[in-house]
Design a binder for this molecule. Structure first.
Ligand code: GDP
Length: 297
C-alpha cells in the first residue's frame, strides 16, 4: 500500500506524545528528529525535508495552547497542514485554451505512464465535458507505443493520428493539428517519446514540438515508485521545457512517498492528477489535503 511505511512511522512518533500535558521544547525537538528520519527513509528530497521540519518545528514551538486540542493533536494538525502546503495546498485544474483545441503534451521518461495517462485524460474529458479529443502519436521510436495508443483510442472511441515511425515527430504533430482543426476536435493530446534517462536529443525534439504546437499544458508524467528521482527528473524536464504540471502515476502501488512529497517543492509546478491503477478510469484530481490525510493514515 502507498505510504505504508511512512504512515506507520509517523503514527508511532505521534503516539509517543499522546497523554502528555504541555509539550516541552525538548519533546518537540525529539519528535521532529523522528519525523525527519521517517521522511528521509521515505525517500523525500533532503532540502524538502529540511524546509518542512523547520516550518513544523517553528510553528509547534510557538504554538498557542488551543483548548480544543491536546498537545499531540496540535502537532499532528501542524504536520498535516505543512504536508498539504509542501504538496501545493490546493488542487490546480487543467489549463484550457480560449479557442479550440486545447493542446496537451505528455512528456516523461519511458515507462512512467505517458501513454496510459493520455488515455485516462481523454476518458475524463469525454465523461466530464463530452469532449471530442484527438490523440497524436508522437513516439516514433517504439512501434509498440503507437499500437498501444491505437488500442486505447479504440477502447475510448477517440481517433488517433499517426504517420508510423518514419517521420519526424514535429511533422507528425503539424499534420495532426491540421486534422484536429478540420475535425474541430476540442482537445489534442500529444503522446511523445520517452527515454530511460534525460538525453539531449530527446529534449531537442520535445522543444521543437513545443515550439510548433504551443501547448496549453505540458504534463510531466512521473512514476511515483521512483521516489525523489522523479523530482530530479521533473526538474530536468522543467528546465528545458517549462512544464505546466505533473501527473504522478502508480500511486496504487507501494510507493514510499518521496515523489509525492518532493516534486512540487523541487519544481514549483503543481501536481494536477494522480494515476491509481492501470485502467483508463483510474485517474484522479490531485488534492494536497487529501493526500496529506492519506499519508497520516
Ligand atoms: P510510457 O512509456 O510513459 O508511455 O508508459 P505506459 O503508459 O506504457 O505505462 C507503463 C506501464 O505502467 C504500463 O504497464 C501501464 O499499465 C502502467 N501504468 C501506468 N499508469 C499506472 C498507474 O497509475 N498504476 C499502475 N499500477 N500502473 C500504471
Amino acid at each position: 500500500m502507498a505510504f505504508e511505511g511512512l504512515s506507520e512511522r509517523l503514527n508511532k512518533v505521534f503516539s509517543s506524545l499522546r497523554g502528555k500535558g504541555k509539550l516541552s521544547d525538548e519533546d518537540i525537538r525529539k519528535v521532529m528528529r523522528e519525523v525527519r528520519m521517517a521522511l528521509l527513509e521515505a525517500d523525500v528530497n533532503f532540502d524538502v525535508v529540511k524546509k518542512f521540519v523547520k516550518s513544523v518545528r517553528e510553528r509547534a514551538l510557538g504554538a498557542e495552547v488551543m483548548e480544543s486540542l491536546t498537545p499531540s493533536q496540535q502537532v499532528v494538525k501542524i504536520v498535516d497542514e505543512e504536508l498539504t502546503k509542501i504538496m501545493g495546498q490546493e488542487a490546480v485544474p487543467l489549463n484550457k485554451s480560449k479557442h479550440i483545441p486545447t493542446i496537451i503534451m505528455m512528456v516523461g521518461l519511458q515507462g512512467a505512464g505517458k501513454t496510459t495517462t493520455a488515455g485516462k485524460l481523454a476518458n475524463r474529458l469525454k465523461h466530464e465535458e463530452k469532449a471530442r479529443p484527438l490523440f497524436i502519436a508522437g513516439d516514433v521510436y517504439r512501434p509498440a507505443a503507437i499500437e498501444q495508443l491505437k488500442t486505447i483510442g479504440q477502447q475510448l472511441d477517440v481517433p488517433v493520428f499517426d504517420e508510423g515511425t518514419d517521420h519526424d515527430p514535429v511533422d507528425i504533430v503539424r499534420d495532426g493539428l491540421k486534422v484536429a482543426a478540420e475535425n474541430k476536435n476540442d482537445y489534442v493530446i500529444i503522446d511523445t517519446a520517452g527515454r530511460l534517462e534525460i538525453d539531449e536529443q530527446l529534449m531537442d525534439e520535445l522543444k521543437r514540438i513545443k515550439e510548433l504546437a504551443h501547448p496549453d499544458e505540458i504534463l510531466f508524467v512521473a512514476d511515483s515508485m521512483t521516489g525523489q528521482v522523479a523530482a530530479k527528473v521533473a526538474h530536468g524536464f522543467d528546465e528545458q521545457l517549462d512544464i505546466t504540471g505533473v501527473v504522478l502515476t502508480k500511486l496504487d502501488g507501494d510507493t514510499r512517498g518521496g515523489a509525492a512529497l518532493s516534486i512540487r517543492d523541487v519544481t514549483g509546478k503543481p501536481i494536477k492528477f494522480i494515476g491509481q491503477g492501470e485502467k483508463l478510469d483510474q485517474l484522479d484530481v490531485f488534492h494536497p489535503d487529501r493526500m496529506a490525510n492519506r499519508i497520516l493514515g
